[in-house]
Design a protein around this ligand. Structure first.
Ligand SMILES: [Zn+2]
Ligand SMILES: [Zn+2]
Ligand SMILES: [Zn+2]
Length: 150
């Protein structure tokens, strides 16, 4: 894989190196490759998807640690699923280390199996009973995505 010219994402117009530098992370081959996979995908990715895309260049532990680092630095967020796997997707600019703002709805298409971040659709306010303290809010909507509907 040629990493000399970082791929530019059409939507974000950010390169993998830009993102690492912005977050003051050292530039490693593993981080560059994994970030590129995210920049080239419009849906969410599971650990297994990433492992498949990088062939045997990096081991499981490297992938795991890289995802953990990206999560801790506000680069990717986690999306809970019903089958206990965790999906990851790129965050928008507002996220920073230790402080995520990804309270948007996630859409799962039952036809193409993609999980899509609906960045414009925020998770509605939930009124909890007295004494309950919310730590995380997540909402998943299942259906047919715009691409599959056509
Ligand atoms: Zn985030
Ligand atoms: Zn679809
Ligand atoms: Zn998302």
């Amino acid at each position: 894989m040629d990493l000399a010219i970082p791929l530019i994402n059409k939507l974000l117009m950010q390169t993998n190196i830009d993102i690492l530098r912005k977050n003051k992370l050292s530039v490693t081959q593993g981080r560059l490759v994994i970030l590129d996979i995210f920049l080239q995908t419009d849906g969410a990715l599971a650990h297994a998807d990433i492992e498949k895309s990088i062939s045997n260049d990096f081991d499981r532990v490297t992938v795991y640690r890289t995802l953990q680092t990206f999560f801790e630095n506000g680069i990717i967020h986690q999306i809970p699923t019903t089958d206990n796997t965790v999906l990851y997707a790129l965050c928008k600019d507002r996220c920073e280390a230790g402080n995520h703002h990804d309270e948007h709805v996630h859409f799962i298409c039952t036809l193409c199996d993609k999980t899509i971040c609906l960045d414009e659709v925020t998770v509605p306010q939930v009124k909890l009973p007295k004494g309950f303290k919310p730590l995380q809010k997540a909402m998943v909507v299942k259906g047919v995505c715009a691409e599959c509907k056509n």
